[in-house]
Every structure is written in C-alpha cells, then in structure tokens.
Design a protein around this ligand. Structure first.
Ligand code: ATP
Ligand code: MG
Ligand code: MG
Length: 552
C-alpha cells in the first residue's frame, strides 16, 4: 500500500504523543449508523481511523451508532461489518453498540438533571423550533426551563416509564438560548419514541439524541481522538459541554475533517436509499453505486480503495474529487494483478476458408505481457472464430487499421488473416466474413517481414463459451447531482448500464471467480458477477476501461 499519511490530524496526534496527553495512547473509532450500506466516503473515515490507530500502535473500535430505531436495521449492521473487514481492517474481538450504553446514558442524563443542567420540556416540536431563534436572532427560554430538580427527575422517570405520548415531553440540556451557536440553545438530549429497538426490544421508549450519545460513547470507550466530518464542527462545543459536566473516564478530543465527495455520484445513505427504494438501481450492491458492496461487485479491490484514500489525503477543505482519479488508482492496481484474457463482447463470425474443417490448434498466450512469472495458458484456434463487430468496416477510411475487405490484420497470439468476402443475409446485414490465414505467421510475425498495423482480439467457436457482459457508465450525467437538492433523480444517466447478451469469452474463463479481476485485452478489466452468473452463462461486469474516459 501507498503510505502517504502525513496530514493535519497525524500532526495533532504527533503533538499529543510528545506532550503526553492521553498518556501517549491513541484510541479511535469508526461509528456508523446502521441505516444503510457504507460508501466510499465511509472508506475515507475507516482508513483514517484505523490508519491512525495502526500508526500509533493504538486501537480503533467499530461502534454502531444505533440510537434511532426508526431507521436502523440488522441487515445494515451485517453489511457494515462485512465491508469494514473486506477493506482490510481489524477491530479486535468486540463490536461496540451505542445501544449497549442505554442504561449508562440514562444515568448520565439523571446526573445532568441533578446538577441543574437539564430539564424536561413540554413545548411541542414546532414551538421548540420557534423558540430556538435564528442565526441572527437569539432564542427564547422555554417556560419549563426553571422547574425544580425534583420535578425534572420525576418527569424524566415517567417519560422512561412510558406515561407520556411521543412529542409531549423531551429532556433538554440547559445551556444558553442566546448563544450564537444554535447547537447550544438548550438542545434536546432525550425524546420519547414508542418503538422497539432491534437490539433492546421493548426495554426503552425514550432514546438519547446523537449529540448526547456520541460524546459519552467515545468517553466510555476511552477514545482519545474522535475524528468526524466538518459538519460537526459546530457541535464540538456541545460535545465538550456535556463531557465537562459528567464523571467520565476520558475526555476525547473531537477533530473535524472534510468529507469525501466524488463527481457524477452521490454519497449520502439517505439519498442512496431513495435510489434503492424506487428501484432506480438494483439494490445497495448495484455495481454502479459508490457503496462498498457495489464497487466490490464491480471488481474494485480493497487495496485500490485504500490507495485512493491515501492519495486524496485528509484536510479541512471541502472538494469534489474526480472519478477519473479513483479509476486511475484502480487501474494501477489491476494492471499489476489481473491476468490478460480474450473476450469478444459484440461478436462477428469469421470463417477461415483455408483452415481445415474439424481441426483445432492450441496456441500459447501469456497471462501478463510484463510479468512472465504470471504464466501462460493456451487459446484454441479453429476454422470459425469471432472478432469484435467494431473491428470490421466494409468501407473503412484509410486510418482504420483494423479489418476491411482485402485488408490483413494480426490475430493476437495466432495468425495474420485477410478478409476475402463479406457475406450478408437477406436483410442486407453482415452475417459473417470469409477470410484466409497465412500459416507462416503463426505466433504473430511474418517471416517475410510483412507488417500489419492492427492486432485484434478474438475467440474461436470451440475455444470459447457464451457470456453476458455488462458495461457501466457514470450513474449521473451531471458533476454534482446534489447541486439542486432533492432533484438528483432527474440527473440519473439513462445509459449507465449496457447489457450485451451475446458475448463469447475464452474457455479458461469457465473457471473465473468474482475475486479475480481479469483484463479482457483491449476492452478493460472485468470480473465475474457472483450474484447473476449461472453455470451455463457467466456474467462479467466491466470494472473499469483501460483508459480514462472521464476527461471532457
Ligand atoms: P450519510 O449522510 O451517508 O448517512 P453519515 O455521516 O450520516 O453519512 P455515519 O454512518 O454517521 O454516516 O458515518 C460514520 C462515519 O463516517 C462518521 O464519522 C462520518 O463522519 C463518516 N463519513 C460519512 N460520510 C463521509 C464522507 N463522505 N467522507 C468522509 N467521512 C464520512
Ligand atoms: Mg451520522
Ligand atoms: Mg446520515
């Protein structure tokens, strides 16, 4: 892996190690909410948190931030665990859940009440919003703000006991309704939600809010550096306010960094969920999505994703990253590791008229032109072969160096062939070509020194199997689909998926696995789709083209 790991957060931790803050210990965490699948943005956070722990010999916890039963599901927990492991990180023996702290969180809330730092409020949600004020106007204090501690304790306990309806009571921190930071204007820290939780069942009908849960979970786990995205910068004073008032084992330092944004796609679980729910994509693992499950199915390697995260670095400046950069990092990785094979995705039949009927020949083909250690295989030549429709033109311009009537080309690893005749069906469509081969050119060179400009990939009838091939293009046709808010669906690219039903691939691919990406020569990198392939018809997804197609 590349190891570009100097950034401002590393510098901060370096400094803390020198001054002995946190006793020279580093503890980080990755805290996803299990309300969807992880995406590439999460990969940035995962690489950062696990990466810092690894560099400083510390620990990184995997913690589910599962305090909102309305949106969270076990299937997302399972998917997230799988994805973090796939990316290559190890969280140790324990998976943490914020819901495991419900009891302690409740006790901490009681502590706040006892110290006069929290109160039960009976304003409605709408009233609270009105009272909150705006950026330019201070808020107004709730009429319930000055209840006695005893009254607050009684009401909070009755909230917990289920005596009140949703929306009628909430526990709020008592901070400052005139603060310029709206997060400090008596934020709600507990609300009533009469809904079972996937892990705690019916035990609770009040649930803690994110800002209250997160800092305490960090503290209880002895996290030292709580790394989060920039939108939480304005929440940091609240994070510190709460921990300053509670008897917790550790007061972690929150540090914010810029989210990863990629052009031509979206990275918000909520918006991805919209695509899934409306069947605009197949599911969370649709190979066009930036979800880790989607790009895994597409053929991305965990190493390429880690390298990409290292390449883009960590900073405080928001930016959109070009999809072309991600793909380049991926190509660099696959170029090293992928076996070269031949597949024809839009076949045109070619009959070699001077090749004897019922005779096949095995020819040597290298698996990687620069890496002999990756070995060889044999490809079968026969009288009937297939080339790419695109590689033939009936009336080619001069600069077309592929096949045309009377022209000669090289077939990779095989022979020179010359086109003698174009055979058409009744409708005038080309049905096949009749060619001759030159036996002296076996292996790809003419003893008389005769040159050809084009080398084509091909498969033979006997040496190939049918396959379905899927080509992908950008999922959205605009660079920033979120620019117009919720209208991102209108920006979906209608041509993001092209399915080719009649492809043929060399027989060695009957043994293909989803884990091993291969390069179809001249066409790009492809991987077997484990979900849709059948024993009779493998399905190959194009992972990425050979060259950058994103540049405008
Ligand atoms: P989403 O809006 O996609 O749901 P989120 O931030 O709500 O994102 P969480 O499950 O809370 O999702 O995220 C877990 C961690 O991953 C958080 O620490 C969050 O800051 C980080 N994270 C999420 N999206 C990105 C991103 N695009 N770039 C970097 N980090 C991210
Ligand atoms: Mg979140
Ligand atoms: Mg979210």
């Amino acid at each position: 892996d590349q190891n570009i790991t100097s950034h401002f957060i590393k510098s901060i931790i370096d400094g803390d190690m020198k001054t002995g803050k946190f006793d020279g210990r580093v503890g980080t965490r990755f805290p996803p909410e299990p309300n969807g699948f992880l995406h590439l943005g999460h990969a940035k956070s995962i690489c950062l948190n696990f990466g810092m722990a690894r560099q400083f010999n510390g620990t990184c916890n995997l913690r589910f931030d599962d305090t909102n039963p309305a949106k969270e599901e076990q299937k997302y927990v399972d998917a997230i665990i799988k994805d973090v492991g796939w990316l290559g990180f190890d969280w140790g023996d324990t998976v943490y859940y914020a819901s495991d702290y419900f009891e302690q969180l409740y006790d901490f809330a009681v502590d706040l009440i006892k110290a006069g730092n929290a109160f039960v409020c009976e304003l409605t949600f709408e009233q609270m919003r009105e009272y909150r004020g705006t950026l330019t106007e201070p808020g107004k204090e709730s009429p319930y703000r000055n209840r006695s501690v005893a009254e607050n304790l009684d009401l909070f306990e009755r909230m917990k006991a289920g005596e009140f309806d949703e929306g009628t009571h909430a526990l709020r921190a008592k901070i400052d309704m005139t603060s310029p930071n709206i997060n400090l204007r008596d934020p709600v820290i507990y609300r009533i939600k009469k809904m079972p939780h996937p892990r705690t069942g019916d035990a609770w009908c009040i649930y803690p809010m994110y800002d209250f849960t997160h800092c305490i979970s960090d503290a209880l786990e002895n996290i030292t550096h709580s790394l989060c995205t920039l939108e939480f910068q304005d929440h940091r004073p609240l994070y510190d306010w709460i921990l300053d008032r509670l008897d917790v084992p550790c007061h972690p330092q929150q540090i914010e960094f810029a989210r990863m944004n990629l052009n031509y796609t979206i990275m918000s679980k909520r918006k991805l969920q919209t695509l899934v729910n409306n069947h605009l994509v197949e599911d969370w693992d649709d190979p066009r999505l930036p979800t880790l499950a989607g790009i895994r199915r597409r053929g991305y390697t965990p190493r390429a994703i880690r390298n990409f995260c290292a390449t883009i670095g960590v900073s405080k400046k928001e930016s959109r990253i070009d999809m072309g950069l991600l793909e380049n990092v991926l190509r660099e990785d696959l170029n090293e590791t992928a076996n070269r094979v031949m597949g024809v995705i839009n076949p045109l039949r070619v009959v070699i008229e001077n090749w004897p009927e019922d005779t096949v020949e095995a020819l040597d083909a290298v698996n990687h032109p620069q890496k002999p250690e990756m070995g060889q295989r044999q490809v079968i030549f026969s009288r009937e072969i297939y080339i790419e429709q695109e590689d033939f033109m009936e009336d080619p311009p001069k600069k077309f160096f592929r096949l045309g009537p009377g022209r000669e080309v090289r077939l990779r690893y095989a022979y020179f062939i010359t086109c003698k005749e174009v055979v058409k069906d009744d409708a005038g469509q080309i049905s096949h070509l009749i060619c001759t081969y030159d036996p002296a050119t076996r292996g790809g060179d003419a003893p008389d020194g005769r040159k050809v400009k084009g080398t084509l990939h091909w498969v033979s009838e006997q040496g190939s199997i049918p396959a379905r091939v899927r080509l992908y293009d950008r999922l959205f046709s605009t660079e920033d689909p979120e620019a117009d808010g919720e209208d991102f669906i209108n920006d979906l690219n209608p041509d993001s998926l092209v399915c080719l039903e009649n492809a043929r691939v060399e027989k060695s691919l009957a043994q293909a696995t989803a884990e091993n990406v291969v390069q179809f020569e001249r066409l790009g990198y492809f991987c077997l789709d484990a979900k849709d392939s059948t024993p009779n018809l493998p399905v190959f997804n194009r992972t990425v083209t050979l060259r950058d197609n994103w540049a405008k």
